[in-house]
Design a protein around this ligand. Structure first.
Ligand SMILES: *Cc1c(COP(=O)(O)O)cnc(C)c1O
Length: 360
């Protein structure tokens, strides 16, 4: 008989759980994890290599534990008069979210989200022993504010997640609604803005709310618009007291000298890395229009992906697309699929495959 994790002294609350598992498959058209399809230029890659060589000569020493230069760079990038003491960085925004839950969640405490939303919010919550309460979104994937405020009053969450633009639906939130949630919540409110750079003209960022909301946390990432998913850099902006709280739970020297050097170089070349964002937004809007023309239901998107449907058997569509070398994501409400906006060639391949698969 084989030994499995069930034979291990695993925490009871982890038994039967599934790990995060977006398939990593080697196919020509990868449109399933919302990455930016344009890699850094070789000029930028060389600049990163140079920066890494420089820090490599000092790798016998621990890195700057507080990543001060990187945080200064991130604060300058975000604007809004943010100071270095209001910005914190970690290995991807997933580590940022984990640190938030370690500091503000935990056993006996509740984290809340409005689903469908980012699958890692409940996974990281449970991983830190925090109870997860899910409140359903309405048919347009908006947050039902009456239901939200009632659930907050009932469960008194220590952490509330608002994802804007939301993954996997693309839906952005109004500032007024974020403010109402902040006012009602006894704990911290995390606005996960992983896709902020892709939002449409006029869609606000919660960064502007920070001066009036000391328990508001805005989390961002370099994994999406910044085309740096492989480097693992996420960050947040919040009141300096929040940054102080996270120091209590972060591991010492969590952000390697190599990561800090690469991220700083990327920030120095922010213009180049973000130059594709406008094209990706235009490609997204064209994709939404094309899907609607062909009779699909499409969720409004302020992100670099589009949720579309509705399919009786979405698993079959997903598999048929994969058989045509196009990898998309089976995620979100039943009947819907999500596609990341890729290059024009990748989108052509997606459109061709989808027409074949659905017979439209
Ligand atoms: C992709 C994504 C992240 C990013 O995670 P990283 O750890 O920074 O790569 C965070 N939140 C949401 C909603 C996402 O979709």
């Amino acid at each position: 008989m084989s030994f499995t994790l069930n034979d291990l002294p695993l925490r009871d609350d982890l038994r039967g759980r599934s790990p995060y598992g977006a398939p990593q498959l080697d196919v020509p058209v990868v449109l399933n994890t919302n990455e930016n399809p344009y890699p850094p230029s070789s000029r930028l890659a060389e600049a990163m290599a140079e920066a890494v060589t420089e820090v490599a000569l000092g790798l016998n020493r621990y890195p700057d534990r507080d990543a001060v230069r990187l945080r200064e760079g991130l604060a300058a990038y975000l604007g809004h008069d943010l100071g270095v003491d209001q910005v914190w960085a970690a290995n991807g925004s997933n580590e940022i979210l984990q640190q938030i839950l370690q500091a503000f969640g935990g056993p006996g405490r509740v984290a809340m989200g409005f689903e469908p939303s980012y699958s890692m919010h409940p996974i990281i919550s449970r991983g830190t022993g925090t109870s997860w309460v899910s409140v359903p979104r309405d048919e347009e994937f908006r947050i039902d504010m009456d239901a939200a405020l009632a659930a907050i009053a009932r469960h008194r969450p220590s952490v509330v997640f608002l994802t804007s633009p939301n993954n996997p639906t693309g839906t952005a939130l109004e500032i007024a609604d974020i403010a109402r949630v902040c006012q009602a919540t006894p704990g911290v409110v995390v606005v996960d803005e992983a896709y902020a750079e892709f939002r449409r003209e006029g869609t606000p960022s919660a960064l502007s709310m920070l001066p009036d909301h000391p328990r508001l946390i805005v989390s961002r990432t370099m994994s999406k618009a910044f085309a740096l998913a492989g480097a693992r850099v996420g960050y947040l902006a919040a009141h300096p007291a929040v940054v102080d709280a996270l120091q209590l739970v972060r591991l010492p020297y969590h952000l390697s000298a190599v990561t800090q050097a690469v991220a700083l170089t990327a920030l120095d070349h922010a213009g180049e890395l973000l130059s594709a964002v406008a094209d990706l937004r235009a490609e997204r809007d064209a994709l939404v229009a094309w899907l609607r023309e062909h009779g699909f239901s499409v969720a409004e998107s302020d992100a670099n992906f589009v949720l579309f449907g509705e399919f009786e058997d979405r698993t079959e569509i997903w598999q048929d697309m994969l058989d045509r070398q196009v990898l998309i994501r089976e995620v979100g409400p039943p009947g819907w699929l999500r596609v990341t906006v890729g290059t024009p060639d990748e989108m052509d391949a997606f459109r061709r495959a989808l027409l074949q698969v659905t017979g439209r």
